[in-house]
Design a protein around this ligand. Structure first.
Ligand code: ZN
Length: 263
């Protein structure tokens, strides 16, 4: 496969509370969110954008995630692992050239180390923070995901590397959007037929975040989180991009999923 396509997948769901996603909202009500990841096929080698939940966590949540598995309850079969799913499309892990990480929270790192040949792109600030998080954020980072050996990391340097063009042809550009996590990035795609498509990832979990009605349930900086949404909204206005939020159960259900794709 050498044409440019975007495939959307999910490694199952997380069952949690509304307030885990929308700060101070929900009065303790339950909420169920999809855990997306994405594959961009490209003639110069494919890119996996995030990797969902690790298969080890699906197998034994308490052992692999620890106490946080009681708050974020995993609903995932091992067959929903990121590599397991792309292999079903006939794509081999060695065909993946880049593994791009929006950030290193536990529901995005399922691909770390599973594609030994891939260059793993992440913000340096996120990588450093993941290894030494503040007490309240520690549960969101799984050291066993990040500490895998023999990984070829490519670190980006915040605003200096903002709008990093992965292939050099405008197909895949990172957008630095800290706030939910210190080194969070969103992703701007430019597809041949669909045109500009913005993956906000966790800079805007849901439409309520995108439309400035909710703050994220989990933040490293509320001020940065709010300004990152403003930055993305300005970008989406300018480019007339299709916008895909990070974990919105209603919006996600309306999107095309693999094996269907956006070209
Ligand atoms: Zn996150």
């Amino acid at each position: 496969m050498t044409d440019i396509r975007l495939y959307m997948f999910q490694t199952g769901h997380l069952n949690l509370k509304v307030h885990n996603i929308k700060m101070n909202e929900g009065n303790g009500a339950d909420y169920r969110i999809p855990v997306p990841f994405f594959l961009l096929t490209h003639p110069k080698g494919h890119t996996l954008i995030d990797g969902g939940i690790a298969v080890e966590a699906a197998r034994d949540p308490a052992k692999y995630w620890g106490p946080v598995s009681e708050v974020f309850k995993i609903e995932m079969d091992e067959s929903e692992g990121c590599i397991e799913q792309i292999e079903k499309l006939g794509i081999k892990p060695e065909d993946i050239r880049f593994a791009l990480f929006s950030h290193l929270h536990l529901d995005h790192t399922g691909s770390v180390g599973r594609i030994p040949t891939a260059t793993h792109i992440v913000q340096r600030s996120e990588f450093e923070y993941a290894k030494n998080p503040d007490w309240y954020a520690a549960g969101a980072y799984i050291r066993d995901d990040i500490d895998r050996s023999d990984i070829n990391w490519h670190f980006l340097e915040g605003v200096e590397d903002d709008f990093y063009d992965v292939y050099g042809d405008g197909t895949l550009t990172t957008v630095f959007t800290p706030g939910h996590a210190p080194g969070h990035m969103s992703v701007m795609l430019n597809l041949p037929n669909t045109g500009p498509l913005l993956l906000t990832i966790d800079a805007a979990y849901t439409t309520d975040h995108w439309e400035e009605r909710s703050l994220p349930g989990f933040v490293s900086s509320a001020v940065d989180a709010v300004r990152s949404v403003q930055k993305l909204r300005a970008l989406a206005d300018k480019t007339e991009a299709m916008v895909v939020t990070g974990h919105d159960p209603d919006e996600w259900s309306k999107l095309k999923k693999a094996p269907d794709f956006y070209s």
